[in-house]
Design a protein around this ligand. Sequence first.
Ligand SMILES: [Zn+2]
Length: 505
Amino acid sequence: MSNQDLIDYLKECGVCQVCQLRYLKARGSEYKDMKESFQKLNVEISNNEDESLTKKPRLNPCTTCLGLFSEEFQQEIIQKITSCNIDQFECQTIGIALSMPMLLQIRQLSMWFALIRKFGSKIDEDRSPDVPLKEAAKLILNPIICQQLNKTYNSEGILINVFLDHPDELDDVARLLKVNEAVFSMKNARGKKQLITRAYMEKMFIPTKLSAETFEKQFTIPCPIPSSGLTLKEVTLSGPCVFVAGRYRKLSRKLSHSPWVLQGKRVMEDSIQEIIIRTIAPHFGVDEDKIIFSSSGREDVDVRCLGRGRPFVLEIPNSKRITLPNALALQMELEIEKSAQISVNNLQMVTRDDLVHIKTGEEKKKKFYRALCVLERPITVEVLKKLDMPNGFEIEQITPIRVLHRRPLHPRPRMIYSTKAWVDNKNPKILIIDIISQAGTYIKELVHGDFGRTTPSFASIIGQPIDIIALDVVGIDLDWPADIDNRNINNNIKIEVVDSVAVEA
Ligand SMILES: [Zn+2]
């Protein structure tokens, strides 16, 4: 079978020149100057009216691509995209996703059977004889669309979803189901009803697994000349997914981390997550409920988080912008500060890869706390000495009574790396204790012992009752995101910042 034989036969079947090149396994630039490509492949293209198969609107579209590669249809796609207001996105790159009707895949298979009948063993039975339509579309359509929109290709950019359809799609899919029923199990490996997906078709609907005779009970070989071509059903745009990181400081003892709802009623009016998201979402042109907030750990409602603050990241899908200038970051930080409940700094864009910082190693991280505690009697030097443990100790904690309703009961060991205590200078019964502990330690229980469920505890160590009045997180063991001072970058705008102070009595 020479290339010429193949092309002559394809032409006879009504296959367009682009698709003819697909069957010659043309790659990349070979689709640009088709005439030259045919010459290189020793194929003569006759000078009759068929020559410009892709140029002239024809009565019948190509049998295998149904007109996908005709210039007319390409222009229709581009026009539809340009009518979609792509300029709403501040982004110079685009990705393109073509959603093709199933009948295109059926037609490729039909042509495959036809070629086997015509050329016998010269045609592979387990590897498709053409460059798949999706791949060819990428090679041919993507550069044209990029050029016309004056954008560069990058799958992380604005995603252009192009949905194609055909009037015969439903009919053909119904017949495809009949073929599937006749040949393959209707259940998949997990016992569920087998859905006919693109991937399933690529795997099962090949000549080594399905006979031409069975296929022919529902379809014709080669595929018939179509009376109508593909239609452009819809084009949708979605903006890139961007990530904004920062650090928050929690200044309130009456604020939950995420919306706190019990039996349909809100327990706390607001939350850290909501304050941050509702401030930032409008700047990215995204609905608040589409944004995902995550942080490196969290603190209890009544615990403040001071020091440099706790790292967090927002995942913002379908974003209208891909950059965050310092001035805008500062504006957001100032807006958040107006809440008087939290403050945010170091706001910046990060990449998806950066998320590993926040999502891994949580258990291994050290936590830095300052606890304000009260004893029944004035504090002695002996008590201070006992609580001064620079080398730390190990404790065993059974799930605290206060969280039993939401966490399973199990004992777990935790490291307390160091503790240091001193007496409040106004009240001899008040102790301030700095604690460095392993992540996941219940600090309140470490102090009072939780009726013997945490051992040892500060209470058992000093041999007398001790209670905790207030707790602050004073440091998070994560040097991320980068220390970007949006305030100083912006020409020394002076802002009063609530400082990392000792706990309030
Ligand atoms: Zn074609």
